[in-house]
Write a protein that binds this ligand. Structure first.
Ligand code: AMP
Length: 293
């Protein structure tokens, strides 16, 4: 595995691999890798045989009062994980490499960013789409893989690629969880033991909704209430939203369908956490927890 820091080096390495007839895959990350990120590498390998992982904490997607400076970073550890998982090339640029000057053009979502996480994080998805468009332009992968964990992000990236005719497939891998259901996240590192216990109420709420859906509940208000009650009962969990929406256009629903996604966001202490699930098709971790007792 090779580590490169500059755009010309990435282009040279990728060009060589492509010249050898290899299919290029890209897994963009902000580092502090966990099994969720690494599962995307596995997924990428199903349809590519030269895997590029980017590691870049993108300042453009952090608001002024957000955790850019504290965001956990450990490149040495990330490189060991990436190599072990079979990544071929890590691209870890610094801020000046990706943003050498104040940008003239950015990618601003016109729709779908004005809800869910977008409400509390103005400008966040503009930052995400801009950096992803840049990474796709730099690597020009045959396939890139994103996580369902960041559900709204995945929908927006897919739509951007369609709208801007960016070539290459976009795939979404399922959320990977700890054994007790907590969705893996680099931000879990911020949680104290007590906060971590409270944070479990997000996935527990989703489990309750998956079960209720399976038992025939279709009333979105009822389903949302079940989730919210579990989160509020945990104490010390400030619910930001609990929302059941249609998976492709993020429109709020009144009756749940097989394409409905339940999405939640909350602050536990000062840590903002998100989670979500398809009501009809939970990821393996949630499905196991939602099995009848
Ligand atoms: P991040 O480093 O948090 O920006 O995440 C990089 C990529 O990994 C994004 O596409 C995320 O959606 C994805 N990801 C983060 N956490 C998980 C998880 N627990 N399971 C699956 N994918 C994840």
């Amino acid at each position: 595995m090779k580590l490169v820091r500059t755009i010309p080096e990435v282009r040279a390495e990728v060009g060589r691999a492509r010249g050898d007839g290899r299919r290029i895959g890209l897994v963009p990350t902000m580092g502090f890798l966990h099994e969720g990120h690494l599962s995307l590498v596995d997924r990428c390998r199903d349809s590519a045989d030269f895997i590029v992982m980017s590691i870049f904490v993108n300042p453009l997607q952090f608001g002024p009062s957000e955790d850019l400076d504290e965001y956990p970073r450990d490149l040495e550890r990330d490189l060991a994980f990436a190599e072990e998982r079979g990544v071929d090339l890590v691209f870890a640029p610094d801020d000046r490499e990706l943003y050498p000057t104040e940008p003239t053009a950015v990618v601003t979502p016109k729709r779908l960013a004005d809800r869910l996480c977008g409400l509390s994080r103005p400008g966040h998805f503009e930052g995400v789409l801009t950096v992803v468009a840049k990474l796709l332009g730099i690597v020009q992968p045959d396939v890139s893989v994103f996580g369902q964990k960041d559900f709204q992000q995945a929908v927006l990236i897919r739509r951007m690629a369609e709208d801007l005719n960016i070539p290459g497939a976009i795939e979404v891998g399922p959320t990977v969880r700890e054994a007790d259901g907590l969705a893996m996240s680099s931000r879990n590192a911020y949680l104290s033991a007590e906060e971590r216990e409270r944070a479990l109420s997000l996935s527990r709420g989703l489990v309750a909704a998956v079960r209720a859906y399976r038992e025939g509940e279709r009333d979105v208000r009822q389903l949302e209430t079940q989730i919210r009650e579990r989160m509020e009962a945990a104490g010390g969990v400030a619910v930001e939203y609990v929302s059941i929406v249609s998976a492709d256009d993020l429109e709020p629903l009144s009756r749940a369908t097989d394409d409905a996604v339940a999405a939640v966001a909350a602050r536990v202490g000062s840590t903002r956490l998100i989670d979500n699930t398809y009501l009809a098709r939970p990821d393996a971790g949630l499905a196991r927890l939602a099995e009848p007792d």
